[in-house]
Ligand binder design. Structure first.
Ligand code: HEM
Length: 280
């Protein structure tokens, strides 16, 4: 792979980027169809994700596989997200914010990478920070309008980069730094694959949030607290990607195996015939 890392990343993630733009949650967002509930949910997930990402960045800040990309003043989002959490969830936000299964999965991957394959951290930083400096700026304006937020930027600190005067120029600098990393073709290949994984983790997160919001809308009984309120304040148990989403568990109490169904049907027939013979 003789291509520059920045070009390789952009090219390899084109398809997943389009996929991310087209998940229902994001499509609705772009149309200005974002509710306060949905926005709070995604912001809380981002809080957990950036805490993990920046914890791993700090751990590796002097590691040459990451150090050229260490821009805490310009990029780091944890402090901004803490402000946003206080705005959206109030002073006890730490106890109130949800922590969903897909968020947990993303966080777990970030810690694994930071501990065991720090050379892949660049993939996660690229996916989030360059995204925030690109499409993120469009999303900020949409949210401001849809949620009727003050132009002072309250509740949207995450989207504001006060130490970056020109996002386009900063992105150019960032790409040049990525290209300066000393990397074998094998590592470059793994970084590109990890960036695709990072996009997929984001996509899975949006899909999960959309499901939670849909469940919440369906939950219309007035005496029942909304699904999202049930989520808040306690941690959702971890699930694997194949697990049944919350609220849709156990569609049937009977095992779904066809063999079991056949045995059950045959037993029923034998019992019916036996009762019939006995009656005669
Ligand atoms: C509604 C959703 C989105 C919109 C409208 C959007 C829009 C954009 C636009 C217009 C650019 C190009 C900026 C440029 O070339 O300078 C861009 C770049 C980028 N976006 Fe998105 N985006 C969205 C979602 C996402 C998501 C979910 C991620 C990942 C979490 C993401 C990550 C990136 C990255 C990493 C880049 C930089 C690509 C590069 O130059 O190598 N975007 N986005």
């Amino acid at each position: 792979m003789s291509q520059d890392l920045s070009e390789a990343l952009k090219e390899a993630t084109k398809e997943v980027h389009a996929q991310a733009e087209n998940v229902e949650f994001m499509k609705n967002f772009q149309k200005g169809q974002v509710t306060q509930e949905g926005f709070k949910l995604v912001m809380a997930s981002l809080y957990h994700i950036y805490v993990a990402l920046e914890e791993e960045i700090e751990r590796n800040r002097e590691n040459p596989v990451y150090s050229p990309l260490y821009f805490p003043e310009e990029l780091h989002r944890t402090a901004a997200l803490e402000q946003d959490m206080a705005f959206w969830y109030g002073p006890s936000w730490q106890q109130a914010i949800p922590y969903t299964a897909a968020t947990r999965r993303y966080v777990r991957r970030l810690h694994t990478v930071g501990h065991t394959e720090p050379e892949l951290l660049v993939a996660h930083a690229y996916t989030r920070y360059l995204g925030d400096l690109s499409g993120g700026q469009v999303l900020k304006k949409i949210a401001q309008k849809a949620l009727d937020l003050p132009s002072s930027g309250e509740g949207l600190a995450f989207f504001t980069f006060p130490n970056i005067a020109n996002a386009t120029k900063f992105k150019q600098l960032y790409r040049a730094r990525m290209n300066s990393l000393d990397m074998t073709p094998e590592v470059k290949h793994r970084v590109v694959e990890e960036a695709k994984t990072a996009f997929l983790l984001n996509i899975q997160l949006f899909e999960e949030l959309q499901q939670l919001l849909t469940l919440d809308t369906a939950d219309q009984r007035p005496s029942t607290p909304p699904g999202l309120q049930r989520l808040a304040g306690h941690r959702v148990p971890e699930t694997t990607p194949t697990e049944v989403p919350r609220g849709k568990a156990a569609l049937s109490l009977l095992p779904q195996s066809p063999v079991f169904r056949w045995v059950l049907t045959l037993s029923f027939l034998v019992a019916t015939v036996a009762v019939g013979l006995y009656a005669i």
